[in-house]
Every structure is written in C-alpha cells, then in structure tokens.
Ligand binder design. Sequence first.
Ligand code: ZN
Length: 115
Amino acid sequence: MNTLKPCPFCGGEARLPIGMDGNPVDYEVTDCTCKSDDCPIAGYWIPIKIWQTRPIEDTLNKRIARLEEKLAELVEVGNKMRDLIEQDYDGYLDETIDWRGMAEEADDVLQEREE
Ligand SMILES: [Zn+2]
C-alpha cells in the first residue's frame, strides 16, 4: 500500500472506508476522506487518484528542495571563504564579519522549514 497524502485543507490524516471484513477497502480503487471532524471536507469521499494528485504542491516542494540545495552550497562556500580569510588574516575578520553566525542562521532557517 502506498502512503496517502495528508489532507490538503487541514493537514490531517486521510481515511479509507472500512470494508465488510473490517479492513480498509482496496487502496487503488476506493475513495478516501479526512479523519478530522473539524475539516471542511470531512465526510466527503474523494477518489484516491484525485486525492493524491497535487501538481502545485509537488512543484513547490521540488522548488523548495532545489533552493535548499543551493542554500547549502552557499553556506559551504561561505564557510570555505571564512576559512581562507581566517588563514590569511589570522582571525581579524571574525571581529568584523560573523561568518559562522551567518552560516548558523541560514541553517536555522532550513531547520524551521523542515518542521
Ligand atoms: Zn482535513
């Protein structure tokens, strides 16, 4: 069984209908809905194929992944620059530019996005 995507309205867990045998009915051929009673689409049964199709969300997630890769590269370049500058100036620039702090801030932003 594949994993159902979370509800596009509330982020809640999706639910499959329960068959006569007490188990969820076949994933590939059934509908699903949101488990949350407070959700505006709770109780509306939506075909799996439509539920799982999120072109805008998928595009944005790919873009976020590419941007996170670029940011990680920039942090790495910044760290290398800092190391080279520290070698040449023996810590002088640490007092004027907080390279390490900037890299840590960028990393914090990445961490927050993942939460
Ligand atoms: Zn929902």
